[in-house]
Write a protein that binds this ligand. Structure first.
Ligand code: HAM
Length: 438
């Protein structure tokens, strides 16, 4: 059989899983620190949810969705992002009607986009994100943007820069679309096929085109900032001053339009260049979405949120050498020397685990040398060796794998003694950073 993982997916094994768990745990802790509560929504939704929110003029909906028909003839789609599902859920469960606003929710889970896989781009990836729903003040927008910066700083990224732009309110965008169309009209024969469609459906998308010639054309296009209504202009200014007031580094990126249709007003992206110079793309991004809650059947509520790509975070941490030493380990490695001692060792392993020691049990009856080697590989601190002689005398041999010291102790006392030796009443704690003992 020659079945490989699907293109654009990633297996995680051994240290990679520990790295993921460590980063995920840090993200959840930070979300809670900022008063966010968790939300989990299904991995698939009705396709219409995404066509109506992410938008049918977006590349995501037009080209990248994993859509299928189920046996009940429903069109379902693997979520390309989590915001739509979160808003669908809080509207459907009436949380936005009854809950004390603003509502602050975080999530972490897989998302799926049929994109061409490349550095930093997968077809199944994971997002950590927050949604801040029912806000009004520009300071709440700034607070959310700053939360993302704090998340990155707490993960060890210094000097994160935030790209910021305003897409304005509806009136701003309508005026801007007219200006864009006037700019592109004489060049319509030269732009790419996609851009000709975008011209009709959503000309803002043309600024995002990856085709080099169109990318250059976009640089000379009119700027949205010249078309913002005074209200949008003032709101954007307030977001900027609030960010500066708390020393968040930001810069105004006039080209930033974002690839999802639900955005209006302030949009942003987090960028961080790897120490190795690799560009994984934006590490995270988000923006305001003032109409989505209402469009999905809820009250008229302004919201803002962002999402980070977990794989991009992991890649950047790995490049910075911050993931080394993340590995699995056990405290106690029990070696049963022969079949006759297996049950005895089996029971002892059970006791250790019930006393909160991470315990591995070796029932392979290999040579002492090779068993000890396995114990060392698992980063065990102590090996507990049980042979027939030991069992007869109701003792076990414990070997400190760092000092090589060895001693025999009564079996009834071994768990207790180990607690004493490892300095922990019942629960042994490893240094999180190092992942192994000193
Ligand atoms: P997005 O910019 O489409 O926004 O995705 C957010 C982040 O997910 C990106 O910055 C990137 O780190 C990661 N990401 C996206 N696509 C891929 C991919 N193919 N492979 C690996 N990582 C990827 C959203 O999804 C919005 N829902 C964010 C948001 C939340 N806006 C408001 N609230």
């Amino acid at each position: 059989m020659d079945i490989k993982q699907p293109k654009g997916t990633k297996d995680a094994l051994f240290g990679e899983v520990e790295a993921l768990e460590q980063v995920e745990q840090a993200l959840l802790n930070i979300a809670k620190l900022y008063g966010y509560a968790g939300i989990r929504t299904p991995i698939f939704e009705h396709t219409e949810l995404f066509t109506r929110s992410v938008g049918d003029s977006s590349d995501i909906v037009r080209k990248e969705m994993y859509t299928f028909t189920d046996k009940g003839d429903r069109s379902l789609t693997l979520r390309p992002e989590l915001t739509a599902g979160v808003i669908r859920s809080v509207v459907e469960q009436k949380v936005v009607h009854s809950y004390d606003l603003p509502l602050k929710l975080y999530y972490l889970g897989p998302a799926f986009r049929y994109e061409r896989p490349q550095l930093g781009r997968l077809r199944q990836f994971h997002q950590f994100g927050v949604e801040h729903i029912g806000i009004t003040s520009p300071l709440s927008v700034a607070e959310t943007i700053a939360t993302g910066v704090t998340v990155l700083e707490m993960l060890g990224f210094q000097g994160v820069s935030v790209s910021l732009n305003s897409l304005g309110d509806e009136a701003s965008r309508n005026a801007y679309k007219t200006a864009l169309k006037a700019y592109y009209e004489p060049q319509l024969n030269d732009v790419c096929e996609d851009c000709r469609q975008r011209y009709e459906t959503n000309p803002l998308r043309m600024l995002d085109c990856k085709v080099p010639a169109d990318h250059d054309r976009a640089k000379n296009a009119p700027k949205i900032s010249d078309y913002l209504t005074p209200i949008s202009q003032a709101y954007f200014q307030s977001v900027q001053s609030a960010l500066s007031a708390i020393n968040v580094q930001w810069h105004h990126d006039e080209q930033l339009v974002r690839g999802l249709d639900y955005y209006a007003d302030c949009v942003f992206e987090y960028h961080y260049v790897s120490k190795t110079g690799k560009d994984y793309g934006a590490i995270g991004a988000g923006g305001q979405y003032p109409r989505l809650v209402e469009e999905l059947g809820g009250p008229s509520l302004m919201a803002v949120g962002f999402a980070f790509g977990i794989e991009r975070i992991i890649a950047l941490l790995a490049d910075a050498g911050r993931l080394e030493g993340v590995r699995s380990y056990v405290d106690v490695y029990i070696i049963s020397m022969e079949e006759a001692t297996d049950t005895y060792a089996f029971k002892l392993a059970h006791n250790f685990r019930y006393t909160n020691f991470k315990t591995e049990l070796n029932l392979e009856h290999r040579s002492m040398k090779s068993s000890i080697k396995s114990a060392v590989k698992r980063d065990a601190v102590y090996a507990v060796i049980i042979g027939v002689e030991e069992m007869k005398n109701n003792v076990v041999t414990i070997k400190n794998l760092q000092t090589q010291e060895q001693q025999q102790v009564p079996v009834q006392e071994v768990v207790h003694l180990m607690q004493h030796l490892t300095n922990q009443p019942g629960h042994h704690h490893h240094d999180e950073e190092e992942g192994h003992h000193e």
